[in-house]
Design a protein around this ligand. Structure first.
Ligand code: ADP
Ligand code: ZN
Length: 582
């Protein structure tokens, strides 16, 4: 880019120099050394001594002889003069039509315009964006300061990314083992959870250049431009040998294609996406280039992007739980003098805050402290900032909602977990959290099923009970009128399992050992009775679930309370509570 700039800057300079020389040349030739009679001039014409005549706007003519001498003579202002001269093979330079003062003015104007245009183009090239040269943010020099210590929480994501760092540091090692490292990684999760930060940290840890651009840079540009930008970006990265390329908002170019209606309007996006995929398949594994893309929703991405050899590693970056929030808060307080802050309390009050929102909270508090000329940041500043950050909601009301959501989700998840612990003890409950995922659930309970190639009837019934455990807990604790929409996903799964049992696996009474899907046109007549049988099955399992939870209400409450406090429980904590005598 610098080279280009240097080359372009010469164009106006050269134009200016050229114009000045041309003007000097003209005025030099218009100045004669001495004067001659007009008759002598006519003689010179007849003697064929003259090479050139300059007609000034003044009353004089300037005559240049073939021997190089120059003189002036009176201009007869005869209309035929020019013609006569030309007939005698004498060159005529008529400066009347040339008009020096105007010429100078217009040349200056011309030069200025040319310069301005070039400076403008130049500025744009170096600045935000030109047509194909996108401003690729290159952090190769300043990202050394960023590493995984700059990212608090997100331990699972960091661990997963550690492999990528190692690969970037030593691609040959992986090649020697014949291992295929991912070329593309997708970080997905709510906005502000630190996806960009993680990508920068990967580059920082591996000490390779970091190139970033956003998918939204490709929206509404001319067809072909986005693809060219992608190629430029990769060219730039490849010239560095190793690099991390970060594409934020990948969904802007990689969204699932809509139905048949999606047509020419998406040409640009398709071309850009294809260019990206082509570039990604274009570099070899040993090259040490990793593309990290970020999106809020993984499920909206085109499956072409997610295939092996493309973005085949998907890492969730979730909202921080209470202990992660405490770490993030303390990280952002590091460079701010503070006094007697109750970090645990701040973390507790900020459920569902993203890392970015926490950073914002601390920053607001620091601004308030600075405004008050307070030497230290105190709890009071944090409290004031808290109301500012939550502005738009009545503070109390919002706080109230947060608490209520947490309470509901805690019991719901505790219900799932407890039923799983009681009814499917072979499946490990490895994590319970009330921190929402981007998939829309308010929280989730992660169970790792025992490996098995088939599932038995009693297990399927127990699975349904685990799925119903969330809703059942809500009903037991909050009452029938207070059940929530939180069980939506659970109910889809319940319906699918029970339907398969009766219609496909030969586990029901209505069809016996017949498969509904094999009945062809006759399947319609069995539709309603099958649904009826499913409903009865699920209802009776639900009653059983409610009974079981009621019997174990103490345990349910114990798990839920621990969840409210810690927001996330790992396997050990879960089993400790479960096995603890009440
Ligand atoms: P995303 O790319 O997921 O939208 P960013 O990485 O841009 O989020 O995060 C924005 C800012 O929020 C970061 O620059 C950082 O200050 C803060 N932040 C977010 N998550 C974390 C975290 N886990 N640890 C520390 N700071 C964080
Ligand atoms: Zn649930």
């Amino acid at each position: 880019m610098n080279k280009l700039k240097k080359n372009i800057i010469w164009i106006p300079i050269a134009t200016a120099i050229f114009s000045v020389i041309a003007l000097a040349y003209i005025s030099f030739w218009s100045k004669a050394n001495y004067n001659k009679q007009y008759s002598n001039f006519l003689e010179d014409i007849t003697n064929n001594k003259i090479s050139k005549v300059i007609v000034n706007n003044s009353s004089d003519l300037t005559i240049l002889l073939k021997d190089g001498t120059k003189y002036s003579t009176t201009n007869p202002n005869s209309p035929n003069l020019k013609e006569d001269l030309l007939k005698n093979d004498i060159e005529v330079l008529d400066t009347n039509t040339f008009n020096p003062p105007k010429t100078i003015a217009s040349s200056i104007l011309l030069v200025s315009i040319i310069s301005a245009v070039f400076i403008f183009i130049n500025k744009r090239k170096l600045g935000t964006s030109s047509i194909t040269n996108l401003d690729v943010k290159d952090f190769s020099e300043d990202n050394d300061a960023l590493n995984f210590n700059s990212v608090a929480g997100n331990e699972e994501a960091k661990e997963s990314l550690m492999d990528i760092v190692d690969f970037l540091k030593n691609p040959q090692k992986y090649k020697d083992y014949g291992a295929r490292m991912p070329k593309g990684v997708i970080l997905y999760g709510s906005p502000g959870t630190g996806k960009t930060l993680l990508a920068k940290a990967v580059a920082g840890e591996a000490k390779v250049p970091f190139y970033a651009l956003s998918g939204s840079d490709f929206v509404q540009v001319y067809v072909g431009v986005g693809a060219a930008r992608i190629r430029n970006l990769f060219k730039k990265a490849k010239s560095q040998g190793k690099a991390v390329i970060f594409i934020d908002e990948i969904d802007a170019i990689g969204k699932k294609r809509g139905g048949s209606s999606a047509s020419s309007g998406n040409d640009e996006r398709d071309q850009t996406l294809n260019a990206l995929l082509t570039e990604m398949s274009g570099f070899g594994e040993k090259e040490g280039i990793v593309v990290i893309a970020a999106t809020n929703r993984l499920d909206t991405l085109d499956s072409a992007l997610l295939r092996p050899g493309r973005f085949d590693r998907h890492i969730e970056v979730s909202l921080p739980d209470i202990s992660a929030r405490e770490k993030i808060i303390s990280l952002h307080l590091e460079n701010k003098p503070h006094y007697n802050l109750d970090l645990k309390d701040i973390a507790k009050k900020t459920a569902y805050f993203s890392g970015a929102k926490l950073e914002n909270l601390i920053n607001e508090a620091a601004i308030i402290a600075a405004k008050e000329n307070s030497s230290l940041l105190t709890q009071e500043h944090i409290n004031k900032a808290y109301s500012i950050v939550l502005a738009g909601y009545e503070k109390k009301e919002r706080g109230h909602y947060l608490e209520e959501d947490k309470l509901l989700t805690s019991y719901h998840e505790a219900g799932h977990a407890l039923i799983s612990l009681l009814k499917t003890p072979q499946d490990k409950v490895s994590k319970i959290t009330i921190i929402p995922t981007t998939k829309g659930a308010g929280g989730y309970t992660l169970t790792i099923p025992k490996d098995s190639s088939y599932q038995r009837l009693d297990y399927l019934k127990n699975r349904i009970m685990v799925l119903l455990g969330g809703r059942a807990a809500e009903e037991i604790i909050f009452g029938q009128d207070k059940i929530s929409t939180g069980a939506q996903g659970d109910l889809s799964q319940t319906t699918e399992i029970s339907m398969s049992m009766i219609a496909e696996y030969g586990m029901g009474k209505t069809l016996g050992l017949l498969k509904l899907s094999s009945l062809g046109s006759l399947s319609n007549s069995y539709g309603n009775p099958v649904v009826e049988e499913c409903r009865e099955l699920v209802n009776s399992l639900y009653k059983e679930t409610v009974n079981l939870l009621t019997e174990n209400k103490g345990k349910l409450t114990q798990i839920a309370e621990k969840l409210i406090e810690e927001e996330t429980l790992d396997e050990k904590e879960i089993y400790d509570i479960f096995n603890e005598k009440i």
